[in-house]
Design a protein around this ligand. Sequence first.
Ligand code: X2X
Length: 339
Amino acid sequence: MSVSRRTLLKASAAATVIGGGGMPWVARAQQAEFSYKYANNLPDTHPMNVRAREMSAAIKTETNGRVDIAIFPSNQLGSDTDMLSQIRSGGVEFFTLSGLILATLVPAASINGIGFAFPDYDTVWKAMDGELGAYVRGEIGKANLVVMDKIWDNGFRQTTSSTKPINGPEDFKGFKIRVPVSPLWTSMFKAFDASPASINFSEVYSALQTKVVEGQENPLAIISTAKLYEVQKYCSLTNHMWDGFWFLANKRAWEKLPDDLRAIVAKNINAAGLKQRGDVAKLNAGLQTDLAGKGLIFNQPVVAPFREKLRAAGFYAEWKGKYGDEAWALLEKSVGKLA
Ligand code: X2X
């Protein structure tokens, strides 16, 4: 991580020298009218970054070079917590963030992560492209951030461990698990009597490697592209929540774009998001064999007892109270009765 950040700093220092020294016209000829940064927490090889590169190229072409979006993957510009403050201040112009983490600023944004709420992708996209997503985007707007219409996929999350498989809720008891920085994640694993530690994704690999925590939970596409299988032994297909990335823009930077450019940028971001959804769903469905080949031991626990444990711990009732009746009704309209 620090190597790539160093390389980046060196590269930008070199660019400054060229721009300020020998041949300023070269740098100026290539300078777009709007040079924006898009930062995220995922590896370069994850479909999010693959589709973002295509998207950025299409935006450059369709705006005749006026809009240039440079991509900074893999936490090169800092952790999610850092990037969330940068998107607010304008330090970066675009950022994709899990709704559950965004909830540290916009509480309603974690609602799609309620444990065992979504049964499948069809139900997810209907809700997130429908009323529930529209409600959450409204709340994000109130926090002075711009959000694109189409949420990008992270996926259904699975639990990995270096110590033991998770077969039922009782296996979570005392389990030292890394969770992203988000009240919902902490609350859910506390309801399982686990011992959750809030750690940004930028530190997850090393936290697992040094055994600061025993396990973590993420979709298979991330377990694969971030090579978490190198430092974990078991993968339990708990499917305990669906998680997605809202594509956020800094409001001032967004409003600086003339209407025609704004339309081109939004159209291409949303189109890339739809393609990314297809890629991730396919990866998440097909990666088990590949990861088993790399040494991960898989098991498929029965889901009902986990849900029952959360219900008995008062988890659903507590979060219904936090989100309020309107938001909870929109969730239940999509997924059925929870509490
Ligand atoms: O931090 C995580 O685990 C990740 C990469 O899945 C999110 O961005 C929520």
